[in-house]
Write a protein that binds this ligand. Structure first.
Ligand code: PEP
Ligand code: MG
Length: 547
């Protein structure tokens, strides 16, 4: 048995035989043509370009059926790129001025464009480089009369490939596709997005892939971002049991999509999703969450080797709010420190990191760092429905200070002529101090979101990172439940809404208690949205709670 690792596109298990998939290879020489042939080459390129546009439109329609409108959009973008004047001019120029064949001109001009994208700082644009190569292959396929159709073989299989372009992914016969493992590809790539929306467990950035795997059995364990080649019997048995559980959950998901989160007696609450970045947007949609209750923005920082710039952050936040508009997206400001460390912040080692220099404490002392994020958030707010949430707040003075800095950023942006949007401003209630000061805090914000993970650790004085303390940890500790109730009551006294975004929000054994406390929103892992909806729909608040 061989174990390999990568980045997991979807939490799920896939079992099957491996089919090693090879991308089409085009042999293109640097041949020139004589003057008389130039017109013909220009005509060949134009015909191939139009045929490739038709193909992209066809792929779009096919993807709408298999993966939904959002995921299919990439093929409309491809069709638009094939109409891009600069790109078309560049090819025509190489044919008419350098007297090259249509094939050579396409390869040169498209490769150049792909390189420009590949060198861009913005991860989104970098990922578009693969799209240019994809449409280049489409045009070359037409010019060379090559069938780019399926090379996946006739049996259900897990595909292993260096990379899969979106068009290759969508051309694959879904009934024969069990999962994918690729050497390249980012979690943000459209192939990953397509895999996610097709519910296919997949690993990207798996360096160890090998042609020798062809025909061998593999299990992809998306939960642990690894794959087992030729797994042993025990492992197969365990992972298959997990897969059966997953399949049951999936059936449940389908049944509840599009329904409201309403109890039998008619009480409605919001069920939102917790995400780590734009790559989770598909999961939010797929699980029919009403919005995002916690976007942990520090993952944008953790995924970077230097502090992300205003533009990089703006791109990430804008992508999320725009994709989910008009749904609310609550973005928590950077909660770095404690267990989330990045080298470029140069944070000192501390005796008690959980009680240390973290989150808002860093932001309030490194103002320029904080302002960069607030500016990006205010700009992104112009593209959808965005709320800003401050973590680890312990006093009204801290919240006031955050709001002052936010106002300064807004005024600066306006005087620079930049577009900004309106935002709701809220805080995480995750410290005992915030619970006890909830009345003062509620006077100066639009909502509370209770962070039960930290709140439990601070109320019970139990380090959430220390596995040795698990026997002492009681997630249903009465003190924590009382703190939640106090927070809801204080929030409601001041007319603001109160939610929970810590893990406890997904604990179905507490849902009824939370609803009876008057909680307005629960924000949970995307895969917990529909099970939670099912639970809410089974509760009748007009009857006494069963003990
Ligand atoms: C929490 O503390 O409950 C929370 C949601 O934040 P995190 O888990 O990111 O600290
Ligand atoms: Mg927290």
């Amino acid at each position: 048995m061989q174990v390999v690792t990568g980045k997991s596109v979807l939490n799920g298990i896939a079992v099957g035989k491996i089919k090693v998939y090879k991308a089409p290879k085009f042999e293109i020489s640097e041949k020139t043509v004589d003057d008389a042939q130039v017109e013909m080459e220009l005509g060949r390129f134009e015909a191939a370009r139009l045929a490739a546009i038709d193909q992209q439109n066809e792929l779009h329609d096919r993807a709408v059926e298999s993966a939904g409108e959002e995921s299919a959009e990439i093929f409309s973008v491809h069709a638009m790129l094939l109409d891009d004047e600069d790109l078309v001019d560049a090819v025509n120029e190489i044919i008419s001025e350098e007297k090259h064949t249509a094939e050579y001109a396409v390869k040169t001009a498209f490769d150049n464009q792909a390189k420009v994208f590949a060198e861009m700082e913005d991860a989104y644009f970098r990922a578009r480089s693969a799209d240019i190569i994809d449409i280049e292959n489409a045009v070359l396929g037409v010019l060379l009369g090559m069938d780019l159709g399926s090379k996946q073989g006739g049996e259900p299989a897990i595909l292993v490939a260096d990379d899969l372009a979106p068009s290759e992914t969508v051309r694959l016969d879904k009934s024969l596709l069990l999962g994918m493992i690729t050497k390249e590809g980012s979690l943000n790539s459209h192939t990953a997005i397509l895999a996610r929306s097709m519910n296919l467990p997949a690993l990207v950035q798996c360096q160890e892939i090998s042609d020798d795997w062809d025909g061998h059995e593999v299990i992809i364990d998306g939960y642990n971002a690894c794959a087992y080649i030729d797994p042993n019997d025990d492992l197969r048995k365990n992972l298959l049991a997990r897969k059966i559980e997953d399949d049951k959950q999936r059936a449940l998901l389908q049944e509840l999509k599009g329904r409201t989160n309403t109890t039998i007696d008619g009480t409605k609450i919001n069920v939102y999703a917790n995400i780590g970045g734009p790559s989770d947007i598909e999961a939010v949609k797929l699980n029919d969450a009403g919005g995002v209750g916690l976007f942990r923005s520090e993952f944008v920082y953790l995924n970077s080797s230097t502090a992300p710039t205003e533009e990089q952050q703006f791109a990430a936040y804008k992508e999320a709010v725009e994709a989910l508009a008009p749904k609310l997206v609550i973005i928590r400001t950077c909660d770095i420190g404690a267990d989330k460390q990045v080298d470029y912040m140069n944070l000192d080692r501390e005796e008690n990191p959980a009680l240390g220099y973290r989150a808002i404490r860093i932001c309030l002392t490194r103002r320029d760092f904080f302002k960069t994020q607030l500016r990006a958030l205010l700009r992104a707010a112009a593209y959808g429905n965005l709320a800003i949430m401050f973590p680890m707040i312990i006093s009204a003075a801290e919240l006031n200070e955050c709001r002052k800095i936010l106002d300064i950023c807004r005024n600066d942006l306006i005087s620079e002529g930049k577009k900004v949007g309106d935002v709701q401003v809220g805080i995480m209630v995750e410290t005992p101090a915030a619970v006890f000061c909830a009345d003062e805090l509620a006077e100066n914000c639009d909502f509370f979101s209770i962070g039960t993970n930290d709140l439990t650790q601070y109320i019970c004085a139990i380090d959430r990172q220390n596995a040795k303390l698990e026997p002492f940890a009681d997630t249903h500790h009465p003190a924590v439940l009382r703190a939640i109730r106090m927070t809801v009551e204080a929030g409601h006294r001041h007319g603001i809404w109160v939610g929970i975004c810590g893990e406890l929000g997904a604990d179905l054994s507490l849902t009824e208690s939370f609803l009876r406390m008057g909680i307005d929103e629960l924000s949970v892992n995307p895969t917990s949205v529909l099970p939670l909806r099912k639970k809410i729909r089974s509760i009748d608040l007009s009857k006494p709670q069963e003990q």
